[in-house]
Design a protein around this ligand. Structure first.
Ligand SMILES: NC(=O)c1ccc[n+]([C@@H]2O[C@H](COP(=O)([O-])OP(=O)(O)OC[C@H]3O[C@@H](n4cnc5c(N)ncnc54)[C@H](O)[C@@H]3O)[C@@H](O)[C@H]2O)c1
Ligand SMILES: [Zn+2]
Ligand SMILES: [Zn+2]
Length: 381
């Protein structure tokens, strides 16, 4: 079939919305009509080149990152299933997990689906089953961001990327569970392990940071410091449960010290648009003895150094941990957080600042760059 999608032909260009030829689903694959896709900062890293590997490295690894259909925070309705698909049928509503889960690898089978071995195929972006493409444009095979490519009206993905949900939640809201909500919420609840009475800093209030605040609040944090240079973001953070705000980590130091009787924050969650090794030392300065810094934001692929006093880590037993998909399990956490939404304990509606059509993808990213959105969402009719 023919459909439209937003393609990035190479870094440092705009998304190009154009006609794409889509093959039918092969064995183990599903054809999905998308309804909504969030505009997460991770796709922006493809565009800026932060996530692009040098051409020689791509060749060494036998991969080709571009051209690629963007988007990894999507939800839609199953139209057709390929041979051997047993868990889905036409008409089912699905949220895509941005990391597939095979259910059998060591990570999946020990409750860490976010680290599924299929994740190794994400950089390649071709179909899990056979490494080929179902998506083609201008005579070229296309890769898919996170094996999904949700900046499109339709897509074909592996069953392993699909999480079936009930039909009651609008798909243009449910799509947020595919990345931002679970990533942010889980960064606080699972990776930071926020507990009752904790003091928490969330650095960067976009789609990820807003949900880290929601997670920290539900986990019982006593103080939640929202740190972002943009005033609108700080105001919105208070609506999601922040108790204090600051325009930068440096500006948070003194008031946080005063408000914590000098102990500082138990947990510092890094959710800036682009991670920076240079500022790790500031994040660690905000952390208490035995405090934990969670690195959720994505750093440029080629950044290999960070500013940190390792002696300080030893003497104060501070920790730095990474977190992918909020250290959550897509198959358990997507339905779980949808239930929290139904019960009024998780705000999805307030996350969506503005909606766009597929043709508005570049406007959506302009708005992200100028800090206008908590989350922009493309809604397809
Ligand atoms: N680890 C994961 O699984 C995972 C998943 C999704 C996204 N991410 C990453 O999380 C990060 C945040 O994504 P997003 O979609 O929320 O981005 P976003 O652009 O919507 O929000 C980022 C916010 O950070 C703020 N910011 C920038 N520099 C700052 C600084 N020095 N101090 C404080 N705040 C600062 C910006 O003003 C903005 O409000 C990105 O790096 C993204 O790639 C990681
Ligand atoms: Zn994302
Ligand atoms: Zn697995």
């Amino acid at each position: 079939m023919k459909m439209k999608a937003a393609i990035l032909w190479e870094p440092k260009t705009d998304w190009s919305v154009e006609e794409v030829e889509l093959d039918p689903p092969g064995p183990g694959e599903v054809l999905v009509k998308l309804v909504g896709s969030g505009l997460c900062h991770s796709d922006e890293h493809l565009l800026t080149g932060d996530l692009a590997l040098p051409q020689e490295t791509q060749e060494e690894l036998g991969m080709q990152q571009f051209p690629v259909i963007g988007g990894h925070e999507g939800a839609g309705e199953v139209l057709e299933v390929g041979a051997g698909v047993t868990s889905l049928k036409p008409g089912d509503h699905v949220v895509f997990g941005f990391i597939p889960s095979c259910g059998r690898c060591p990570s999946c089978s020990t409750g860490h689906q976010n680290l599924c071995d299929y994740g190794a195929l994400m950089g390649v972006g071709k179909q899990i089953a056979d490494g080929t493409s179902r998506h083609h444009a201008q005579g070229k095979d296309l890769g898919l961001m996170c094996l999904l490519g949700t900046f499109s009206h339709h897509t074909v993905v592996n069953e392993a990327s699909c999480i079936k949900i009930e039909n009651d939640v609008p798909l243009e809201k449910a799509c947020l569970l595919g990345c931002g909500v679970v990533t942010g919420w889980g960064s606080a609840v699972y990776a930071a392990d926020v507990g009752p009475g904790d003091i928490v800093c969330v650095v960067g209030i976009g789609g990820i940071g807003a949900n880290a605040i929601q997670g920290a609040k539900l986990a019982g944090a006593k103080q939640i410091w929202a740190i972002d240079p943009i005033e609108y973001k700080r105001e919105k953070a208070m609506e999601f449960g922040a108790t204090h705000t600051a325009a930068s980590m440096a500006e948070a130091m003194e008031p946080l010290g005063a408000a914590s009787w000098g102990t500082m924050a138990n947990k510092v969650i890094m959710t800036m648009g682009v991670g920076s090794g240079e500022v790790l030392i500031e994040a660690l300065a905000l952390a208490a003895k035995r405090g934990r810094v969670v690195v959720t934001n994505i750093h440029p692929a080629m950044e290999m150094s960070a500013n940190v006093s390792l002696l300080d880590l030893t003497l104060m037993e501070k920790q730095v941990v990474g977190s992918l998909f909020g250290s959550g399990n897509p198959r358990a956490d997507i339905p779980k957080l949808l239930n929290l939404y139904r019960e009024g304990q998780l705000d999805l509606d307030g996350l969506v600042t503005k909606t766009y059509t597929l043709d508005g993808v570049n406007d959506g990213y302009d708005d992200m760059r100028s800090g206008k959105n908590i989350r922009g969402v493309m809604v397809y009719s």
